[in-house]
Design a binder for this molecule. Structure first.
Ligand code: HEM
Ligand code: HEM
Length: 132
């Protein structure tokens, strides 16, 4: 039984990692594309589509992550914090995308696209798994 749970956890961990990588390559892609402004109509369209993928794939990744964490045999403070950061980023993204609190758009955008938060999130994931 333990073995099956570990297999489910590992599969979901790999799935979450893959989805997160494809979803959030959106960020470096935009940083690079920023250097080639003004954008062509094609580039504008590409990023409009990629934003949709960013949202859908991050939501799917969070589902996989919940299963991964639930069935994982161990955890530590870094992994717990990495999970909390993932949920926080998702909530910010949702609030921003669906304009739940119109007066907070600018703040949410600043928070969600914060390079420091993004870096901390990645460091927590790596550190958490490194000390297991
Ligand atoms: C935040 C994003 C996370 C990602 C992308 C992620 C990804 C992964 C991946 C790819 C693996 C390797 C699976 C394999 O060996 O086939 C793994 C292992 C593992 N993860 Fe995560 N994980 C995350 C968060 C978490 C959290 C929050 C926990 C704890 C609740 C956790 C606990 C574990 C454990 C215990 C292992 C097995 C460690 C080992 O075999 O060395 N992970 N994770
Ligand atoms: C762990 C999950 C997530 C991470 C790490 C993440 C990270 C990021 C980053 C770094 C950017 C900035 C890209 C840029 O420079 O324009 C961004 C943009 C964005 N994200 Fe996320 N995101 C996540 C999940 C979500 C979710 C779940 C949603 C919506 C439901 C979302 C909605 C958005 C939107 C709307 C933008 C575009 C902001 C704009 O350019 O106006 N994000 N995200």
């Amino acid at each position: 039984m333990m073995k099956e749970m570990e297999a489910v956890s590992n599969f979901c961990g790999m799935t979450a990692a893959l989805l997160f990588i494809v979803a959030n390559a959106y960020y470096p892609a935009r940083l690079i594309a920023k250097k080639f402004k003004p954008w062509s109509q094609d580039t504008v369209l590409f990023f409009r589509q990629y934003l949709k993928a960013h949202i859908t794939l991050n939501l799917l990744a969070l589902l996989a992550l919940i299963l991964h964490g639930h069935y994982a045999e161990e955890r530590n403070i870094f992994l717990t914090l990495s999970f909390i950061a993932s949920v926080a980023l998702t909530i910010e993204g949702m609030l921003m995308h669906y304009r739940v609190v119109p007066g907070m758009q600018r703040h949410l955008r600043l928070l969600h696209t914060q390079q420091a938060l993004f870096t901390i999130w990645i460091v927590l994931i790596i550190a958490g798994h490194a000390v297991i």
